[in-house]
Design a protein around this ligand. Structure first.
Ligand code: ZN
Ligand code: ZN
Length: 222
């Protein structure tokens, strides 16, 4: 990837991911980003190392004899047991694939395996099957198209996989993550050119500002 990622995960998100407290939908988005981003992958590894060091201090807790040894060996092997972290860096993936490996595991293949559904305005989406507390979906937005103006009840994280979009705050390209909280209203627009494909995780239903999109919401399930 020639583009240098400019928008990364926040420290709080990395900590929650390392501690294993994120809902599955957000876990998947984080795993997809760190498979594309050396910087955040290193940050996650550092947090997992600290987590291991804290375990080491908890001597009072009865652990099996080999617990500490197992912990260190996990640190040495780069915590490869954490399911969603790809054991191999993105460079070893197929150069032409759009979906990073953690996503391909969910979809059952690359982009051509995605079962898209039209949601109006030329936008397509595919909701991925995860635990219920949050929703994660792939969005395909044709160049120049707009995602309806909306606010958020909870947190929304968007990872760009192909193409680019911009909103009132910045421009986001492949690998970039935008994190929006409940008080944010924005209008993402795909840049002209190839379709913008993103992965979006939300922990509550978005509230749309316009009348028509509100009616469409039950269909969108976002
Ligand atoms: Zn990053
Ligand atoms: Zn949004």
């Amino acid at each position: 990837m020639t583009y240098e990622i400019k928008h990364h995960l926040t420290e709080a998100v990395v900590m929650a991911y390392s501690a294993g407290t994120l809902p599955e939908a957000f876990n998947l988005l984080v795993a997809a980003h760190i498979s594309m981003c050396d910087e955040c992958r290193a940050l996650v590894a550092a947090h997992e190392f600290v987590g291991g060091a804290i375990l080491e201090d908890c001597e009072e807790i009865a652990l099996s004899d080999d617990a500490l040894e197992a912990c260190f060996s996990k640190i040495e092997t780069g915590a490869k047991d954490q399911i969603l972290v790809p054991a191999t860096p993105v460079s070893s993936q197929n150069e032409n694939s759009v979906l990073p490996q953690p996503l391909q595991d969910y979809v059952g293949g690359d982009l051509d395996a995605v079962k898209w559904r039209k949601v109006g305005g030329g936008v397509q989406q595919a909701i991925l099957r995860t635990s219920k507390e949050a929703t994660v979906r792939l969005l395909r937005i044709p160049g120049g198209c707009e995602v309806p103006d909306h606010g958020h009840h909870g947190t929304e994280m968007t990872l760009v996989l192909q193409g680019a979009f911009r909103d009132e705050f910045s421009e986001f390209r492949a690998g970039d993550v935008e994190i929006c909280d409940a008080d944010v209203e924005h209008t993402p627009i795909a840049l002209e050119g190839e379709d913008c494909i993103c992965l979006a995780a939300t922990d509550a239903r978005l509230k749309f500002a316009g009348f028509l999109p509100k009616i469409a919401q039950p269909f969108l399930r976002i």
